[in-house]
Write a protein that binds this ligand. Structure first.
Ligand SMILES: *Cc1c(COP(=O)(O)O)cnc(C)c1O
Length: 232
């Protein structure tokens, strides 16, 4: 077995154990293999080991892999900050984006989908900075509710609003757990307020904190280092 296959196996097992331990179903949590900075060969190793869901954080890096693999079974998640001028590339290559944080970006993504990928839906998450750290991008709680209320009213074609994403607080377990728990409450509040049954996703947890995230209700964890090793 390749190194990546080994890591995938143990990470999947750990995710299942944590899910069961949190009183959830073993397959409740989707593992997104974060392949940013990794080579095409490394991604192919993961695919050989059965992985189909991948995350990339820049368009430039993603375009060295997605068109080359050209595999409709794969599901690609955009997890980085996106400049709206690159909406076309996301619309053409990704099925999910986790980092919507403005009306302008949502409008550009919808227009790009209508023009370049009109028969498909782009699944969207709003990026939230629940802990309020100044250094981090993302919406506050109130901004999230305001933006979502505009989005629901506009009903932009070819976009589906599916939930919330956040990044944990570096090196602080208690703060990270609180951020994850707050994100879950905010998702529930949005789902109820806007009566959106499909607003059910919580993207939270990376290599260093996905255990906490699963305990707090993550539906997707974004893991790079634990699968592919340290990034250079
Ligand atoms: C890089 C990255 C990850 C993966 O981080 P690891 O610590 O390598 O698991 C997850 N989410 C986002 C948004 C990232 O940029």
């Amino acid at each position: 077995m390749s190194h990546v296959a080994d890591n995938l196996k143990s990470t999947r097992e750990r995710i299942q154990q944590l899910s069961l331990g949190a009183g959830r179903a073993a397959n409740d949590v989707c593992l997104i293999a974060v392949s940013k900075t990794r080579s095409l060969a490394e991604v192919e190793q993961a695919i050989s080991a059965g992985q189909t869901v991948f995350g990339e954080n820049t368009v430039q890096d993603a375009l060295t892999k997605i068109p080359q693999l050209n595999n409709p079974v794969l599901e690609w998640h955009f997890i980085g900050h996106l400049q709206s001028k690159k909406s076309k590339q996301v619309a053409e290559n990704f099925q999910w984006i986790h980092t919507v944080d403005s009306l302008k970006l949502a409008q550009k993504l919808s227009a790009a989908m209508q023009q370049h990928n009109p028969n498909n839906i782009l699944n969207c998450l709003l990026q939230v900075n629940v802990s309020g750290e100044a250094s981090k991008s993302g919406l506050s709680r109130d901004e999230t509710i305001f933006l979502l209320s505009d989005l629901v009213e506009l009903n932009l074609p070819n976009l589906a609003w599916r939930g919330l994403m956040t990044i944990g607080v570096q090196g602080d377990e208690a703060e990270t757990r609180k951020a994850f728990s707050d994100l879950r409450k905010l998702r529930d509040e949005c789902r109820d307020k806007f009566n959106m049954e499909d607003f059910d996703q919580l993207s939270m947890g990376m290599s260093g904190d996905y255990d906490l995230a699963i305990e707090e209700g993550a539906t997707m964890v974004r893991i790079g280092t634990d699968l592919f090793g340290q990034r250079k």
